[in-house]
Design a protein around this ligand. Structure first.
Ligand SMILES: [Zn+2]
Length: 331
């Protein structure tokens, strides 16, 4: 076939054996014409191959030093980091609650120097040799002063000694693996043994699926320990913060004698999109927020971060008053 001809004839044979004919129109004389500007050949030492990058000085955006300012995702106000820290990571303009690390939270919840950490050196192993799990554990251990997604210990709130566990979302999404479950169980058992109220602040994406069944077992283990704690007529206060989901919500986080939450925290079991797809129905705009769950009876109170300590002191006064009578020697 002559490629330079005006019409190119292509004959193909289909599966059923019938031959089909396709005509491609081709104008004569266009094949060998060079473009007006010929691009340079692609070689590694050719400066024109890569588009030159504009330097920072040519950018029109205002330069903001990194690590000094934070933009509020709710009201878009630029907040000075130091001021934000002093305000317990709560926006000064719209009261949006930013995520906060476990240690920072413990610092403002308990009395100064009253916290003793337990099981600080307990670390997760990789029982299933799940791809990339070991690397993620190393990465997240380096990024903060905690070795897993929860910090536990004994501290004092007001006049009350408490067993306190605080989860940290920055460590693998606050997921509950063997270490989180074990640390919380030991904390609850210490609370039972020492006749102390237990307070757990949750923030979690759920069970740590890198550990498979080992992570799911923690749901039953923590709840079992809480059942023994409750038998001693000791209170358990569960505090839900943004976000708390899945395996943690389906276990210890929702069995508190008192369930508190921070304002506008996202709380639920499955994600909203999954529920929407499954039920094929429109969900209310505030679905899976602490306000929605307060209205529907899952949560007992919404307490802003800055008032949490004083509220806990008040609730513990009430919850432990009966306990004090039991413990007091009879005259
Ligand atoms: Zn704001």
């Amino acid at each position: 076939m002559n490629l330079g001809s005006k019409i190119i004839l292509i004959v193909t044979k289909q599966k059923d054996g019938n031959a089909t004919t396709t005509f491609l129109k081709k104008t004569l004389g266009t094949e060998n014409i060079e473009p007006a500007v010929t691009p340079p050949p692609r070689t590694s030492n050719n400066a024109f191959v890569k588009k030159p990058r504009l330097g920072p000085s040519k950018s029109r955006k205002r330069e903001i030093p990194e690590g000094l300012w934070n933009k509020c995702p709710q009201c878009s106000t630029l907040l000075y980091d130091k001021e934000l820290d002093e305000n317990l990571k709560v926006c000064l303009h719209c009261q949006h609650h930013f995520p906060i690390g476990a240690r920072e939270r413990i610092n403002f919840l308990v009395e100064t120097c009253s916290f003793t950490e337990h099981d600080a050196d307990m670390v997760s192993v990789d029982p299933l040799e799940f791809p990339a799990y070991a690397e993620k554990l190393v990465r997240d251990r380096k990024s903060g002063a905690r070795k897993d997604a929860v910090v536990t210990g004994l501290g004092q709130i007001g006049t009350h000694r408490v067993a306190l566990g605080v989860m940290d979302f920055s460590f693998l999404g606050g997921s509950m693996g063997s270490v989180v479950g074990e640390k919380l169980t030991r904390l609850i058992e210490t609370g039972t043994q020492k006749e102390l109220p237990v307070i757990i602040v949750s923030t979690s994406g759920g069970a740590r699926m890198y550990e498979g069944m080992f992570s799911l077992m923690q749901m039953a283990k923590t709840c079992g320990a809480l059942a023994y704690h409750a038998k001693q007529r000791l209170p358990f206060i569960s505090i839900l913060t943004d976000p708390t989901f899945a395996g943690v919500m389906a276990s210890f986080a929702t069995v508190g004698d008192l369930i508190l939450a921070e304002p506008a925290a996202r709380i639920g079991f499955a994600g909203a999109r999954v529920i929407k797809d499954t039920t094929q129905s429109a969900l209310p705009p505030d679905f899976q927020t602490s306000e929605f769950l307060l209205e529907h009876g899952l949560i007992d109170a919404i307490v802003p971060r800055k008032e949490m300590k004083s509220h806990l002191d008040f609730y513990l006064d009430f919850l432990m008053s009966g306990q004090k009578k039991i413990l007091a020697p009879t005259e």
